[in-house]
Structures are given as structure tokens and as C-alpha cells.
Ligand binder design. Structure first.
Ligand SMILES: [Zn+2]
Ligand SMILES: [Zn+2]
Length: 392
């Protein structure tokens, strides 16, 4: 069916109201109890088949359309972050130290509007829509894994998701085929030396000198080992050692993050981190133990689904609004859905035209709320197109 623009537009006021309610009442990852029942009550009232308590605080809601077609899943994440809201607007967070600083309140509101839309147009809808309200995107292991394990993708043919994105201005939507977002892995090297008197270094094994060499040596992994045409980052974010000026430290911790887009680059960086640490440790008569924490896999878009995104965007939006973006070094657990089913993840610009918006995870983060309507229109357009796609 053609998209009923007037229905979506009529839901915009509620979308804003819902988003502001959630913004005032944020809940941390895996603790979205009130958020979850608030969402479920609405979906139940609109007549969807609702399963509560999926992966803890997640919700899966199904709506069967009146016409035949494929089963399409749409996902929103619902969690907030442990950040103190510094905004002073009327919808600022009322929970000390907790804030929707990534826009997941907007994701929830726009997906609710899409669910409401389909409940009002059930008979004309082709196929089934599955609404995934997922907990805990912000903390490992992420809510997506549990949602999938609980069967959220059963019978689903394709899955789509969106991130409202403040680095892009309102009026721009973007994605790309293949790798879109990185694997956000982390590491911790513990160097074990032998402490001693600062004036008698020959009687000790200095963990600080080994740690300092390790920080420098790690810079060569991206510059000397990773294929120059690949993108990768190794950043040391924390270095801790020592207790007194005249004491040689017996241990030193070097911690950081790794961002890669391909399994090959990811495996290579991990292997080199371990090798470099081991050898630097040995070189200084210390022992270095590397612990590697795997984050989410990279978000990799299906090429045909990205074509669908651009086709639908060209029908619904103004010329030039939809763009192909570069990969982004942030991570997202939407990657797990895309490993199971074809689909597409895309960004909807929610920032200021002049680029002065606070970045995601910032205490003054906010969105241009009009972006929620753009996201909802695209989700409906893509889901309808995909549901009636007989080629796939
Ligand atoms: Zn985030
Ligand atoms: Zn996010």
C-alpha cells in the first residue's frame, strides 16, 4: 500500500510527547522495567501480540497485516546512559546520573508511532511486522544477543534499524553498503615487574618503563601491520602504575580500545596486541599479560537492502537528503541481527545545521525531534517495500 503520510504526520505530536516522557524518565541498560511496561501497555492497547520480558526487559510485538507478504522486523533500543543531564529544558532527565544521551528515547518513540500506524492500517498492510524493543544497547554483551536467543527473529525475513545521529544535520539521512559501524573491542595489558628502590634500578624490573614502551609499540599495529586500505584504530585510554616518586613500580596497566571493520583486521590486531605485549614485557625482564574483551561485531549492511533504502528514500524525501556516508568508528549491537538476516541500518540526521550539536553520550546531548518523523516514514516505507518484495 502507498504510505499514509497523513497518519504518520498526525502521530507526530504523540511521538514528541512519548520521547519527552522517556527523556524525563530514563533507565539504565537491563533495568528498563518501567520503560518496558510503559511500551507494552501501549502496544497491547493497540491490539498487537505482545511478548514481555524478552531478554530481561525487552519486548517483541507482532502485527499480522490483512494481505499476504513477508515478515519484517523493525528494531528500537530503549536504554539510557549513566550520565548526569546538564540540560535545563522542561524535558530534562528527572533521574540523577541517568540520561538518554544517545537518542534511544527517540528510537522508542518513533517505533511506537510506526506500530500505531500499522495498527490503524492493519487490513491494507502486506505481511507481518515484528517490533523489537531491545534493552541494553549500551553495555556488553548487549541486549540483541538475548533477543535473538529468545527467538525474536523467528519467521523474520528482513530486519531494519535506525540511529538518530546528531553529527549529521536534520534533513540528511545516510548509510552505506557493507561495513557501516566498527567492532568496539577493548584490551587490558598487565605488566608484572619487580618493584624496588628508585636509586637501585639494577635490582628491579621496571614495569613503568615496560609500559611506556608498550604504549609506543602499540602505535605500530595500525601503521605497520594493518593493510593501509583497511580502517582500524588502537587507542590507549588508560595507563596506571606506581605509587611514589622514589619507588620502582612492580606493575603497570595499559588499557584501551580497538576499532575494526572486518574479521581479518580484528583478528590481526588482536594477535599483534598479544605478541607485542609479550615481547615488550620480555625485553624489559617483566611479564605482560594481555586480556582482550570482544565487543559487538561490525555492523555490515546487505548491499541489496541498502539499494532498497536509497530507492525508498528517493521516493519519500527531498532530492539530496539521502547520502552515502563513510563508515563510523562507533559500535552498535544491531550487528547481531544483520548476521542472522538481511537488512539495513541507517542514520537519520538529528543535529543542528551548523554542526554545533553536542555529540552522542554528552551531558547536553539532544536531538532535533523532527528527525523522528523522518525515521518513522523511512521505516514504514522500507518495511512495506520489503514485505511485498517477491524477488527476495
Ligand atoms: Zn550510545
Ligand atoms: Zn545509540
Amino acid at each position: 500500500m502507498p504510505i499514509r503520510e497523513e497518519t504518520l504526520r498526525s502521530l507526530y505530536g504523540e511521538m514528541v510527547e512519548w520521547r519527552r516522557y522517556l527523556h524525563r524518565h530514563p533507565e539504565l541498560s537491563f533495568q528498563e522495567f518501567k520503560t518496558s511496561s510503559w511500551i507494552a501497555e501501549k502496544l497491547e492497547a493497540w491490539g498487537l501480540e505482545v511478548t514481555r520480558g524478552v531478554a530481561g526487559t525487552g519486548i517483541v510485538a507482532r502485527l499480522r497485516g490483512g494481505r499476504p507478504g513477508r515478515t519484517i522486523a523493525l528494531r528500537a533500543d530503549i536504554d539510557a546512559l549513566p550520565i548526569q543531564d546538564e540540560k535545563t529544558c522542561e524535558y530534562a532527565s528527572t533521574v540523577p546520573g541517568v540520561m538518554h544521551a544517545c537518542g534511544h528515547d527517540g528510537h522508542t518513540a518513533e517505533l511506537l508511532a510506526v506500530a500505531r500506524y500499522y495498527s490503524l492500517h492493519r487490513e491494507e498492510t502486506a505481511g507481518t511486522r515484528v517490533f523489537l524493543f531491545q534493552p541494553a544497547e549500551e553495555v556488553l554483551p548487549g541486549g540483541a544477543v538475548g533477543m535473538i536467543a529468545a527467538g525474536a527473529l523467528e519467521g523474520v525475513d528482513a530486519v531494519y534499524g535506525v540511529h538518530l545521529w546528531s553529527p549529521f544535520p536534520y534533513g540528511v539521512v545516510a548509510t552505506r553498503p557493507g561495513p557501516l559501524m566498527a567492532s568496539p573491542d577493548e584490551f587490558e595489558a598487565e605488566i608484572l615487574g619487580r618493584g624496588g628502590h628508585g636509586g637501585l634500578p639494577h635490582q628491579s624490573a621496571d614495569a613503568i618503563v615496560a609500559g611506556a614502551h608498550l604504549v609506543v609499540a602499540l602505535q605500530t599495529i595500525v601503521s605497520r601491520n594493518v593493510d593501509p586500505l583497511e580502517s582500524a584504530v588502537v587507542s590507549v585510554g588508560r595507563l596506571s602504575a606506581g605509587g611514589a616518586r622514589n619507588v620502582i613500580a612492580d606493575r603497570c596497566q595499559v588499557e584501551g580500545t580497538v576499532r575494526t571493520f572486518t574479521p581479518e583486521a580484528r583478528a590481526l590486531v588482536r594477535q599483534r596486541l598479544e605478541e607485542v605485549a609479550r615481547h615488550i614485557g620480555a625485553m624489559h625482564g617483566t611479564e605482560a599479560r594481555m586480556t582482550y574483551f570482544e565487543g559487538y561485531p561490525p555492523v555490515v549492511n546487505d548491499a541489496a537492502e541498502v539499494e532498497r533504502f536509497f530507492k525508498v528514500a528517493s521516493e519519500l524525501l527531498e532530492p539530496g537528503e539521502a547520502r552515502r556516508c563513510d563508515p563510523i568508528m562507533a559500535g552498535e549491537d544491531f550487528s547481531y541481527y544483520l548476521r542472522e538476516r538481511p537488512g539495513c541500518f541507517f542514520f537519520v540526521g538529528a543535529g543542528r545545521e551548523d554542526g554545533t550539536s553536542a555529540p552522542h553520550h554528552h551531558p547536553r546531548f539532544d536531538i532535533d525531534e523532527r528527525a523522528m518523523l523522518t525515521a518513522a516514514r523511512l521505516l514504514v516505507g522500507i518495511a512495506d517495500d520489503s514485505a511485498e518484495d517477491t524477488r527476495r
